[in-house]
Design a protein around this ligand. Structure first.
Ligand code: ADQ
Length: 381
């Protein structure tokens, strides 16, 4: 079944910088914005861009992710000739080999990709918050007759060392690229979003595997190899909201920004909806002692305390006399009475007993992990 383009969503990384929040769960399956999981943004972008064949490459702690993504029907991806396919971390090519890097993860799924005999493969990361029309990027790729187009965005220079950083000429051609430079000279960052012309990429992956040369990672190996060989590599400038939520601080920040009704992401845009798997939960209930302002409160919540500038995901309980401020509470958390939570992220199904405190400040966000319990004063972690 020939397709012009299919997507591969890399959803396997461990996300170690999210600490306790990813101990039991892969980063793309981490809860976001009350109702969503991080991977919903990439999957919704695919659906809204008309890319209906999506391979989700998983590796680390896949259970939650499998249950969430299923066959992709929540995103409208399971039409008669489309669908989301969860790709296992084993392959017929190499036996029981775990993926060793992003390009290796694609290499191991060549058979899946070849099923569709695509002209182009869109490679995405499952852990970014953004809305993007990939068709526009594809048009650009075709217009430039590129072998590879990289989605790019300026980032603050002080954060540049956690990205692939590049230089382009006036036509947008990438002339220099360095993966996570220690001392970045500029701030034009790769978003980890790539459109490859598939026959060429396949050749690189297969040839180098055959010659036993390392071609394991897009940032470290594939992009530099393309540039060495003078392939047409172009930068596609994206100017809207985009956030890599790979650290506790950025996850917290992105959730706080999400509360703002005038947020650039505009979650209320009917023309670009963000889909997710629905959880059957009763309507939220705010008791007579509750006081909720400037907050997102999702289905199934039961609130008797004060909530200010925070997100309560579905099925969260907040007891009487408790104060929740500037915090993101993941699904199923139970907060007892007279609890103070400020500048914090609370993991799924975590429990805070009566009278306890979880208080972070500024950029030091207090975190309670999934299923964790506290009952006394908690220091910032
Ligand atoms: P990172 O995000 O740091 O940088 P990496 O950790 O390799 O790169 O992960 C990219 C994505 O692939 C993540 O979503 C991760 O979960 C997933 N992934 C990683 N290894 C995987 C594997 N073996 N199997 C399946 N999935 C896997 C990348 C680029 C940078 C760019 C940033 C933008 O390398 O150049 O600037 O993304 O965030």
């Amino acid at each position: 079944m020939k397709k012009e383009i299919i997507a591969m969503v890399l959803a396997g990384g461990q996300g170690s910088r999210l600490g306790k929040l990813t101990k039991e769960i892969a980063k793309p399956a981490v809860s976001f914005g009350g109702r969503y999981r991080i991977i919903d943004f990439a999957l919704s972008n695919c659906a809204n861009s008309g890319i209906k064949n999506v391979g989700v490459v998983k590796q680390y702690k896949p259970l939650e992710l499998n249950a969430h993504v299923g066959n992709g029907s929540a995103w409208g991806l399971n039409s008669h000739d489309g669908g989301a396919t969860i790709l296992q971390p084993y392959s017929s090519i190499e036996g029981e080999n775990w993926f060793k890097g992003t390009a290796h993860a694609v290499y191991q799924n060549i058979d899946y990709i070849d099923n569709y005999n695509p002209d182009y493969v869109l490679v995405l990361s499952g852990d970014h918050i953004y809305k993007m029309d990939y068709q526009k990027m594809l048009d650009f790729h075709k217009e430039k007759n590129a072998a590879l187009t990289v989605g790019v965005i300026p980032v603050p220079l002080e954060e540049a060392s956690r990205f692939g950083i590049m230089n382009t000429d006036e036509t947008g051609r990438i002339i220099e690229f360095e993966e996570k430079p220690e001392h970045p000279k500029n701030n034009l960052a790769s978003m980890g979003i790539y459109i490859f012309s598939w026959p060429r990429l396949k050749q690189y992956l297969v040839d180098n595997q055959a010659k036993n040369r390392e071609m394991l990672d897009f940032g470290h190996h594939v992009i530099p190899a393309y540039l060495r060989n003078s392939e047409n590599v172009f930068a596609y400038a994206f100017r809207d909201y985009w956030k890599d939520v790979g650290t506790v601080e950025s996850l917290w920040e992105a959730n706080m920004e999400f509360i703002d009704p005038n947020h650039d992401l505009n979650i209320r845009d009917d023309n670009w909806r963000v889909y997710t798997k629905n959880v059957a939960a009763p309507p939220q209930f705010l008791t007579e002692t509750s006081n909720v302002k400037n907050a997102m409160v999702t289905d199934g919540c039961y609130v008797s305390g004060e909530v200010e500038h925070s997100i309560l995901s579905y099925n969260v309980k907040v007891g009487k006399g408790s104060k929740i401020k500037d915090s993101f509470i993941m699904p199923g958390a139970t907060i007892g009475e007279n609890v103070t939570v400020d500048h914090a992220i609370i993991g799924e199904n975590a429990v805070i007993h009566d009278g306890a405190q979880l208080i972070g400040k500024d950029k030091e966000i207090a975190v309670l992990g999934k299923d964790e319990t506290i009952g006394g004063v908690k220091d910032v972690e």
